[in-house]
Design a protein around this ligand. Structure first.
Ligand code: CU
Length: 164
């Protein structure tokens, strides 16, 4: 029994550490938004996070803006033969009630097109997310140094084909 109690306290401490990177508006909750560090010349930068709908009504991520990018597109990636294909989702992304939608490498992501500055590790990038029902939410996205500089590709997505 004592061992079980110790486990619970540990778990709660971990939860509160995670929550430091969470944001919410209405029933929408954003978990751990991050940007993998890219080469300085990157023409576009991906943003990953989780989007959770805690409510009982569907919502939709309609778009995003940032003062440090000319525009932000909503993208998805699909396997296409031996390569992958990246699509721009101009109608937004559905966030069903009770669902957690992951934005992660190889799937949904926000794409900062034509960044107006060079990002460095531990920078925080201000991004405004617009939800159809919940409205606007400002998040501070952390730049994380996970991509090795030797990795090939202009922006880390070189093997993917832009259709737009
Ligand atoms: Cu993309």
């Amino acid at each position: 029994m004592q061992r079980f109690a110790a486990f619970c306290i540990c778990f709660l401490l971990q939860m509160s550490a995670v929550e430091a990177h969470d944001y919410s508006v209405g029933t929408m909750s954003i978990g751990h938004p991050w940007i993998p560090l890219e080469r300085p010349s990157a023409a576009s930068v991906s943003v990953y996070m989780t989007v959770e709908n805690l409510g009982s009504e569907p919502d939709r991520l309609m778009g995003a803006t940032s003062p440090v990018a000319q525009r932000i597109e909503l993208h998805s990636i699909h396997p296409q033969g031996t390569a992958t294909e990246m699509n721009s989702l101009e109608d937004g992304i559905d966030i069903p009630p009770g669902a957690t939608v992951p934005f992660q490498p190889g799937g949904y992501h926000l794409m900062l097109v034509a960044p107006l500055k060079t990002f460095e590790e531990k920078d925080t990038v201000p991004i405004n997310l617009n939800f159809q029902n919940a409205g606007d939410l400002d998040v501070a996205v952390e730049v994380v140094g996970t991509v090795s500089a030797s990795e090939s590709g202009e922006n880390g997505e070189a093997s993917e084909r832009h259709d737009d």
